[in-house]
Design a protein around this ligand. Sequence first.
Ligand SMILES: Nc1nc(=O)c2c([nH]1)NC[C@@H]1CN(c3ccc(C(=O)N[C@@H](CCC(=O)O)C(=O)O)cc3)C=[N+]21
Ligand SMILES: [Mg+2]
Length: 285
Amino acid sequence: MSATILDGKATRNTIFAELRQRVDALRARGVTPGLATVLVGDDPGSHAYVRGKHRDCAKVGIESIRVDLPATASQGEVEAAVDELNADPACTGYLVQLPLPGRLDAGTVLERIDPAKDADGLQPVNLGRLVLGEPGPLPCTPRGIVELLRRYDVPLAGANVAVVGRGVTVGRPLGLLLTRRSENATVTLCHTGTRDLDAELRRADVVVAAAGVPGLVRPDSIKPGAAVLDVGITRTAEGLVGDVAPETRETAGYLAPMPGGVGPMTRAMLLLNVVEAAERAADRA
Ligand SMILES: Nc1nc(=O)c2c([nH]1)NC[C@@H]1CN(c3ccc(C(=O)N[C@@H](CCC(=O)O)C(=O)O)cc3)C=[N+]21
Ligand SMILES: [Mg+2]
């Protein structure tokens, strides 16, 4: 038996079509959503991601603004770019591409983002809202994971979910999303200190691998029929590889592969956050 593929590209295309209609409706109300990106330095991977985000905006009718700063930019220059976007009415949502060059303090930059314009859901006020269960933008990768599982009717209520990785962009907020009453999953958040990772994975109905360790999840690591979502990305000489060994496809019931699974959903959720923020602003006006 081979796993049902959780096709993030096809699902992303469906979501883009839905978003295009919502953007048209906003424009009819006189509101034009606009996403800005702030990119510091010349990492080729980060440049490719940012280009992709602008292409996505064009597909759904969202205006986009690019702010590119040199690798030598100071903390003050990055913060000035944030202040400008906070004040710019053409920018209804934006993100600061991570990681920032190591000498810059990313936490201070993220804190400075107007929470109402936070397209990533990573501003501390919005992370606090997530903990409190209040409405706000949600972190894109966790939201994309939940949305992908929902659209394929993978059951979450009462399910055991093992999440590997406790990072602020994936593992930690994912634990919060999955334990909401609307999802009702039981989450085990695994990390480098977990004593017996395979024991945790074998108990799980759903495994989310976001550790950045190639081959971390193997066919004998999981319960047969489990849903496995590969969120790892490691750059190797052979290209990008995920955390899930390819043979796992034969044992899993569902597989979100890397590439083509969660990555495209992350990008779709970024635009969904922008559209929702513009709708909230239009409702307030
Ligand atoms: N402020 C900020 N927000 C982010 O959301 C953010 C970020 N910084 N920095 C980097 C990470 C990484 N990330 C990905 C998004 C899409 C794919 C994606 O679409 N991946 C393709 C394959 C990889 C590719 O084609 O390059 C796929 O899985 O099919 C991957 C990774 C967003 N991030
Ligand atoms: Mg991310």
